[in-house]
Design a protein around this ligand. Structure first.
Ligand code: NAD
Ligand code: TYD
Length: 349
C-alpha cells in the first residue's frame, strides 16, 4: 500500500486489518505532511503493519520493497491531493501523481513477471477527472469521458490512463476507483471540512471561495473503505468503479451546517455562521462534481451508510477528541508557511 499515512489510506489500513486476519500491510509513504506519524501511531504495535518511509518515484526502493515482502497487491493512495496547492505549485503533482504511479506500475510489472505472480494493482482516483458539471447535468458514470481542469485532476487523470494502458498492454490485473469528496477522522485541515472545524475552534474566519454555490458530493471515509475492500476482493481486472456518497450540497450550505452543529455543541455569544467570509474564487474552480454509483450498488450491493448528519457528527467529534493532533499541525512552521503562501497567491495576504 502507498500513502497509507494519509487521511484515506490510514483509515483503510485500520479497516482492512480488522476485516482480514491474514493480510500484512507494507505502507510506503513519504510523510509529506505534519501529523503523519501520529496517524499511524496506533499501528506501531500491530505486527501485520510495516511502515517504510520513502518516495513512490524511487524505483530502486519500490522494487526492493516488492521483492523483500513478496507484495501481491498494490493499492496506490499516495498522491499530492490538494487542488489549491496544485495551482500554486503544480510541479510536485506531476512528479508524484504521474511519475510516481508510473514507477509503481513499472516496478510491479517487472517484479510480478520475475516472480511468476499475478499481482493486483488498484489505483485510487477521483471524481475530479470527469471535470465540472452544471447543476442540471446527470451524474458521471464510469463511462463518462475525462475532462480534467486543474493541475491536480489532470495529474490524476494521467495516472488513470497509465494504469489502464498497463492493463491493456501487459494484461496486468488493474482496477480503478473514482471517489467523491471524502471526510472523516484524520483529514488534513487544509481541506474544506477540517479547515472549517479548525477555524471554528479558533474563532477564525471561514473562507468561502467565490459565491460558495459550488456543489460537491460528500462521502464518509468509512463508507469509502468498505467499498474499496469489496472492489479489492471481488472487482474485475480492467474495470473502474465509482464510489460516491449521494450527498450533494453547496459549499455554503455545508459550512452553515457545521456552524449550526457548533452552535449546539459549543454555544458562543454570536452564531458561528458570522465567521463565514466570502473570499476571491479559486482559479478554474469546478462548479459541481457528482458520481452515479449504480455499478457498485449492483455488483457489490454496496451503498453509503452515512448521511451527512451522522458523518459530520462523527467527524466533528473526532476532531474535538483530538485537539492535540490538530494543534500540532496548526502550529507547524511548514503548514503556516503554506497558509500564508495560499493567502498571498489569492490576493488576501
Ligand atoms: P492525503 O494527502 O491525506 O494523503 C496522501 C498521502 O500520500 C500522504 O500521507 C503523503 O505523505 C503521501 N505521499 C505524497 N507524496 C508521496 C510520494 N511521492 N511518495 C510516497 N508517499 C507520498 O490524501 P487522501 O485524502 O488520503 O487521498 C488519498 C488518495 O485518494 C489520493 O490518491 C487522492 O487523489 C484520492 N482522493 C481523495 C479524495 C478526498 O476527498 N480526500 C477524493 C478523491 C480522491
Ligand atoms: P477541498 O476540500 O479543497 O476539495 P476539492 O477542491 O478537492 O473539492 O474543497 C472543497 C470545496 O470547498 C471546493 O469547491 C473549494 C471550496 N473551498 C472553500 O470554499 N474554502 C476553502 O477554504 C477551501 C479549502 C475549499
Amino acid at each position: 500500500m502507498t500513502g497509507g499515512v494519509g487521511f484515506i489510506g490510514s483509515n483503510f489500513i485500520n479497516y482492512l486489518l480488522e476485516k482480514e486476519s491474514r493480510v500484512h500491510v507494507v505502507n510506503l509513504d513519504l510523510l509529506i505532511y505534519p501529523g503523519g506519524v501520529q496517524n499511524i501511531a496506533s499501528l506501531n504495535r500491530q505486527p501485520r503493519h510495516t511502515f517504510a518511509q520513502g518516495d513512490i518515484c524511487d524505483s530502486a526502493l519500490v522494487g526492493e520493497l516488492l521483492k523483500k515482502y513478496a507484495v501481491d497487491t498494490i493499492v496506490n493512495f499516495a498522491a499530492e491531493t490538494h487542488v489549491d496547492r496544485s495551482i500554486v505549485e503544480p510541479d510536485q503533482f506531476i512528479k508524484t501523481n504521474v511519475h510516481g504511479t508510473f514507477t509503481l506500475l513499472e516496478e510491479a510489472r517487472k517484479y510480478w513477471a520475475l516472480a511468476g505472480m499475478r499481482g493486483r494493482f488498484h489505483q485510487i482516483s477521483t471524481d475530479e477527472v470527469f471535470g465540472s458539471l452544471n447543476p442540471e447535468e446527470a451524474a458521471c458514470t464510469e463511462r463518462t469521458p475525462y475532462h480534467p481542469r486543474s493541475p491536480y485532476s489532470a495529474s490524476k487523470a494521467s495516472a488513470d490512463l497509465l494504469a489502464q494502458a498497463y492493463f491493456h498492454t501487459y494484461q496486468m490485473a488493474i482496477t480503478l476507483s473514482h471517489c467523491s469528496n471524502n471526510y472523516g477522522p484524520r483529514q488534513f485541515p487544509e481541506k474544506l471540512i477540517p479547515l472549517t472545524i479548525a477555524n471554528l475552534l479558533q474563532a477564525q474566519e471561514i473562507p468561502i471561495y467565490g459565491d460558495g454555490l459550488q456543489i460537491r458530493d460528500w462521502l464518509y471515509v468509512e463508507d469509502h473503505c468498505e467499498a474499496l475492500y469489496l472492489i479489492l476482493r471481488d472487482g474485475q481486472a480492467g474495470e473502474s468503479y465509482n464510489i460516491g456518497g449521494e450527498n450533494q450540497m453547496t459549499n455554503l450550505e455545508l459550512v452553515e451546517r457545521i456552524c449550526a452543529r457548533f452552535d449546539q455543541l459549543r454555544p458562543a455569544l454570536k452564531p458561528y455562521r458570522q465567521l463565514i467570509k466570502r473570499v476571491s474564487d479559486r482559479p478554474g474552480h469546478d462548479r459541481r462534481y457528482a458520481l452515479a454509483i449504480a455499478k457498485v450498488r449492483q455488483i457489490f450491493q454496496w451503498t453509503p451508510k452515512h448521511g451527512l448528519e451522522s458523518g459530520l457528527d462523527k467527524t466533528i467529534q473526532w476532531y474535538l477528541d483530538h485537539l492535540d493532533w490538530l494543534d500540532s499541525i496548526l502550529t507547524d512552521a511548514a503548514y503556516l508557511q503554506w497558509v500564508k503562501q495560499n493567502y498571498e497567491f489569492r490576493g488576501q495576504g
